[in-house]
Design a protein around this ligand. Structure first.
Ligand SMILES: C[C@](O)(C(=O)O)[C@H](CC(=O)O)C(=O)O
Ligand SMILES: [Mg+2]
Length: 502
């Protein structure tokens, strides 16, 4: 179904924008800005974005999965061939992953580990490439039908919605907006945004000590993207991702919502960590690290709640009730008002970079998902490893607090169990509400494994190796990208014939 709300006549009419915002795809979003503001930011010319059609299709896909307790299980596509073959195989979403772009399609071609430090057009460029190829293949099918062919492959929907990695949004709000715009222009149906600090991303899944922004700052990021979508009249979906499970730090202690996870020093004998390090400063990094380790070992690090509980157990409930919803500064003032004299200092525990210490885990991930539900379509926690009971807890608590919430999960390939348990895993997660599940690197690794066989065989046996490992098995399996039609032959033939007079 093509979104119809944004016609030329009412494109700049705030009333029509408000009407669009009350439709099912939009109604759950909380917008602190007005339809009048959005109208004022719009182009004088009504815009139509194919990405909106793709997003509408994606929403329908996810809603149908949610209703049935099934999921879209997908992989990161490396290139137009895998994207095409995924459509053949019946995938209903395609993922574009950061590491694939950083190692293969970085906009500056400065390849390397995924630190999300590539120029921000990198992932949109990849989406554009895949989407334009999908459009081309759609045309190939249409011209083949036009000339009377009737084969099943022509019924395959080539326009599988693409979901892409927007990392942290690559900067401040205006950068977030420009990035979102590139994704819409490129044809992305959905993008995911995480709550890490730009420039601090860690490589790989297990690396602990990620640095988060306060939850409100992450919401601002989601809102910047949503505002851009609204300005463009785009239906594109937003996937909230939190890295709270692997977090070790937070840039600011300002947020009441983050306070339960901020860690402080309870040992009054210690000078602040940074002062201790600089007092013993030496040129050796390992010595500085040893000083830090020693400091941490004697700091009695804990959350403020834990500090009050252990230092004033009798007053704990009173304190808990009085400090509800307060940030660190307020909660410490409350402790003073209650005469608790609690020994706890999160300033002293700040890292050398000035970051506050944060206790990562499933609970802050749940809290962040709940806090972001009004600003996103799908909620995702990036886990360091697959721990089934945590995934169950995440799903249960998030859905209790946000009825109907749809969830995502990066399968990352570390699921343990027998083959049949591993096979059943995605179905199990689907029943919990994880409607979108993906293996980001399966396309990249699968391409490597796939091409390795002919590479070896041709080296050993020349053309015979090619016949044995590419041509014959390719034909037997009906690999459609080996066909002349995939290269666009029917479109070229039809257009050339159409304009040739003799
Ligand atoms: C999903 C992810 O953002 C990606 O870009 O593919 C990465 C993948 C990975 O490092 O395994 C992530 O989860 O951070
Ligand atoms: Mg990524």
């Amino acid at each position: 179904m093509i979104p119809t709300a944004q016609q030329q006549s009412d494109w700049s009419d705030p009333k029509s924008i408000s009407t669009w915002w009350s439709t099912p795809s939009q109604a759950h979003f909380h917008r602190p800005y007005s339809a009048e503001l959005v109208a004022s930011l719009r182009s004088p010319f009504a815009e139509f974005w194919p990405a909106s059609v793709q997003a509408t299709k994606l929403r329908q896909t996810f809603s149908a999965h949610y209703a049935k307790g099934t999921a879209s299980v997908t992989i990161g596509a490396t290139d137009v061939i895998s994207a095409h073959l995924m459509a053949d195989a019946g995938y209903d979403t395609i993922y574009v992953s950061g590491p694939t772009c950083s190692t293969m399609d970085n906009a500056t071609q400065d390849f390397g580990a995924d630190m999300a430090d590539y120029p921000y057009e990198t992932v949109p460029n990849k989406v554009r490439q895949l989407f334009r190829s999908q459009l081309m293949q759609h045309k190939v099918s249409a011209t083949r039908r036009f000339r009377g062919e009737a084969v099943a492959a022509l019924d395959v929907d080539r326009l599988v919605p693409i979901i892409a990695d927007a990392d942290t949004g690559h900067g401040g709000q205006t950068a977030n907006m420009k990035l979102a715009k590139l994704f819409v222009e490129a044809g992305a149906a959905a993008i995911h945004l995480d709550d890490q600090v730009p420039g601090t991303k860690k490589f790989g899944a297990k690396t602990a000590g990620r640095v988060l922004v306060p939850v409100e700052e992450h919401i601002t990021r989601l809102l910047a993207v949503k505002l851009q979508f609204d300005v463009m009249g785009a239906e594109c979906m937003i996937i909230h991702r939190t890295d709270a499970e692997t977090a070790g730090y937070l840039t600011s202690a300002i947020s009441p919502q983050d306070r339960p996870y901020i860690i402080g020093c309870t040992n009054p004998q210690l000078r602040p960590l940074v002062a201790t390090i600089s007092a013993s400063f030496s040129t050796s990094k390992s010595q500085a690290e040893a000083v830090e380790d020693g400091w941490i070992a004697s700091a009695g690090l804990s959350t403020l709640d834990e500090a009050v509980l252990s230092q004033n157990p009798a007053e704990y409930s009173k304190w808990k009730a009085a400090s509800e919803g307060q940030n660190v500064a307020e909660a410490l003032a409350t402790a003073q008002t209650l005469g608790l004299g609690v020994q706890w200092d999160c300033e002293a525990a700040r890292s050398r970079e000035g970051w506050y210490r944060f206790r990562g885990g499933i609970q802050p991930a749940i809290d962040r998902a709940v806090a972001c539900a009004k600003y996103a379509d799908i909620l995702w926690t990036r886990t360091p490893a697959t721990v089934e009971k945590d995934l169950e807890k995440f799903a249960k608590e998030v859905k209790e607090r946000v009825p109907g919430a749809m969830l995502a999960y990066n399968l990352a390939g570390d699921i343990k169990g027998t083959d049949s348990e591993i096979k059943a895993f995605t179905t199990k997660l689907a029943k919990l509400g994880y409607v979108w599940q993906f293996l980001p690197l399966a396309g990249q690794s699968g391409t490597a494994v796939g091409v390795n066989t002919p590479i070896r065989a041709i080296k050993d046996d020349g053309v015979l190796g090619y016949l044995n490992t590419v041509v014959r098995p390719g034909k037997a399996a009906g690999v459609s990208t080996l066909d002349y039609a995939w290269q666009g032959g029917p479109v070229a033939d039809a257009t050339v014939a159409a304009v040739t007079l003799w």
